[in-house]
Design a protein around this ligand. Structure first.
Ligand SMILES: Cc1cc2nc3c(=O)[nH]c(=O)nc-3n(C[C@H](O)[C@H](O)[C@H](O)COP(=O)(O)OP(=O)(O)OC[C@H]3O[C@@H](n4cnc5c(N)ncnc54)[C@H](O)[C@@H]3O)c2cc1C
Length: 535
């Protein structure tokens, strides 16, 4: 059987595409996802994100190549491998970035991607629990909530920001991003709101949508420059399915370039090196990779009121009961709780660093096991990193991990900004408001003083905040992979929509921008289809 549209990957973008394209009863849509159903309980309990970070049943658990500039370390790159993709395992923080981010995309020549153009798609996707206004939507499929709980140390963090002269901002997704407050989250009544929940569940009953989990796409099929379908593997069986109209690649910034390369679309020399026949030369595939590299400071707290103790022993039993009965309490906490968006230099037009504050501390950032003693953590990253890396296939095996080379902190501006951010972190910990909870600074500790010390600390201990993007970038220069309608340059019938199409980094976490891009892409596809029918 042939389908009008075949979507590869049921992640943040793929679920939106499946819902919106199948809204037209006259179209047929096949959604292929390499991972399984989202039945793991930890996916749905917000605090459970710590339990899925290293769980290979729902997570690809990629790693970067070892990097000398980061003390020879590899850095974990978790990615969702389940319906909902990374939105099923992410930290749930809802952040759109700055108006300026999208105006830059438009300035680069991408028509239809200015802030004024994309704002309607942010609004279309969401139902903000506080209600709608000119910035916020109130009737979209995805619930966006204020953090369901408040905590005195997080309140103190926001006061600490004010003490240093930063404003309190009740809606950093509204008119301005500047300032401090509580994060907003993709949750519905204390449960995770993944795109599988928000977009796929309401569409499941449609006769024209087939959802196929455990279906690993190994190759995109082409006749000349026309894409005709995909080959996928399920339970060891390989099958090819035909797409009458389009294949929409939504496998995320790590695997979309890999699938293109496996299909012979990419840098000719690299493809030949791996014995893959070149079917369409596109030098930008897998390049322009950026991510948010964060450094984390933590403090021992002088009283037992943090998440570390709240989620142990009898108190944990109480919290579990509270969540089951009321969907409230400590189990609704997420990766970061208090936010801050700040300029490291007064002359900057908009914030260049973002903070994540939590009344919790982890022994290791890899496995996120909470410490026994009370603690708090403040992470910081540069909003728009300039260091650029690459993600390419490591060989012709479609089931092998790609090679991820981020080159974090190679550009001096990235180093300076992160170091400046760490100095602000320390100043926040020393304010009257927050300082009264501090027993001592654990990391980097009092001996770490100079800029060089801070940079060394960032290199030795930093990690990403899991926002890979840009590896199939949108644009019109020779390194662009898709045009501003997200069609792959030089091919017919193939689009990419996921975090890989971003030309530059949005100033914040990127789930909301991915969903916005998918909403926009679905509209473009439907518009083109209507125009074809009318003609
Ligand atoms: C641990 C973690 C925490 C995060 N925290 C936040 C946060 O708090 N806020 C925020 O805004 N962002 C956060 N992010 C980032 C955000 O969730 C992602 O950027 C976003 O979900 C990416 O969407 P995507 O559609 O590009 O890719 P994904 O959602 O990753 O979807 C890609 C899908 O394609 C599937 N796939 C891959 N290869 C194949 C194949 N060969 N065949 C079939 N299917 C395939 C994958 O299994 C996956 O389901 C986090 C991410 C992670 C991993």
């Amino acid at each position: 059987m042939a389908y009008d549209y075949i979507i590869i990957g049921a992640g943040s973008a793929g679920c939106v595409m499946a819902n919106r394209l199948s809204e037209d009863a006259g179209t047929s849509v096949l959604l292929l996802e390499a991972g399984g159903k989202d039945s793991n309980l930890w996916i749905h309990i917000p605090v459970g994100f710590t339990q899925t970070l290293n769980n290979r049943k729902v997570n690809w658990c990629f790693e970067t190549e070892p990097d000398e500039a980061l003390a020879g370390r590899t850095i974990p790159i978790p990615r969702g491998r389940v319906l909902g993709g990374s939105s099923s395992i992410n930290g749930m923080l809802y952040v759109r970035g700055q108006a300026f981010d999208y105006d830059v995309w438009a300035q680069l020549g991408n028509r239809g991607w200015s802030y004024a153009d994309v704002l309607p798609y942010f609004r279309k996707a969401e139902s903000f629990e506080r209600g709608g206004d000119e910035y916020r939507g109130d009737s979209g499929p995805m619930n966006v909530a204020d953090m369901y709980e408040r905590h005195e140390i997080v309140d103190a963090f926001i006061e600490a920001g004010e003490e240093l002269g930063y404003p309190r901002n009740p809606d950093y997704n509204g008119a301005s991003q500047d300032g401090f407050g509580y994060y907003q989250v993709t949750q519905r009544n204390g449960r995770r709101e993944s795109t599988a929940r928000a977009f796929l569940d309401p569409a499941r009953g449609r006769q024209n949508l087939r959802i196929e989990p455990n279906a690993h796409v190994t190759r995109i099929e082409m006749e000349g420059t026309r894409v005709t379908g995909v080959t996928w593997s399920q339970n060891g069986q390989s099958r090819t399915e035909t797409a009458n109209l389009e294949v929409v690649l939504c496998a995320g910034a790590v695997q979309s370039p890999q699938i293109l390369e496996l299909s012979g679309i990419g840098q000719p020399e690299l493809l030949r090196e791996h014995g893959i026949e070149v079917r369409h030369a596109l030098p930008g595939v897998g390049e322009n990779y950026r991510d948010h590299y964060a450094a984390r400071m933590n403090w021992r707290v002088n009283r037992p009121i943090t998440l570390n103790e709240q989620t142990r022993g009898l108190r944990l039993v109480g919290e579990v009961a509270k969540w089951v009965l009321t969907r409230r309490g400590a189990l609704t906490w997420t990766a970061g709780i208090g936010h801050g968006f700040v300029r490291t230099r007064p002359e900057l037009e908009t914030p260049d660093i973002q903070f994540f504050f939590a009344h919790a501390s982890f022994g290791s950032i890899r496995d996120r096991v909470l410490e026994r003693e009370p603690g708090m953590t403040l992470a910081v990253y540069q909003c728009r990193p300039e260091s650029v890396g690459s993600i390419h296939l490591g060989g012709p095996d479609p089931f092998a991990s790609p090679k991820i080379r981020p080159n974090f902190l190679t550009v001096e501006l990235d180093q300076q900004t992160l170091v400046a951010g760490l100095h602000v972190c320390r100043a926040l910990g020393q304010t009257k408001a927050l300082g009264r909870y501090v027993d001592h600074e654990m990391n980097p500790g009092a001996d770490c003083v100079s800029d060089a010390d801070m940079l060394a600390f960032a290199r030795q201990t930093g990690a990403t905040t899991y926002h890979p993007m840009g590896t199939c970038k949108m644009g019109h220069d020779p390194m662009a992979v898709v045009d501003d309608r997200l069609r792959v340059h030089g091919l017919e019938g193939l689009r990419v929509v996921d975090a890989s199409i971003f030309p530059t980094m949005p100033s914040g976490n990127i789930n909301a921008p991915v969903i916005m891009a998918a909403e926009k892409c679905a509209d473009m596809i439907r518009e083109e289809r209507q125009a074809r029918i009318a003609a």
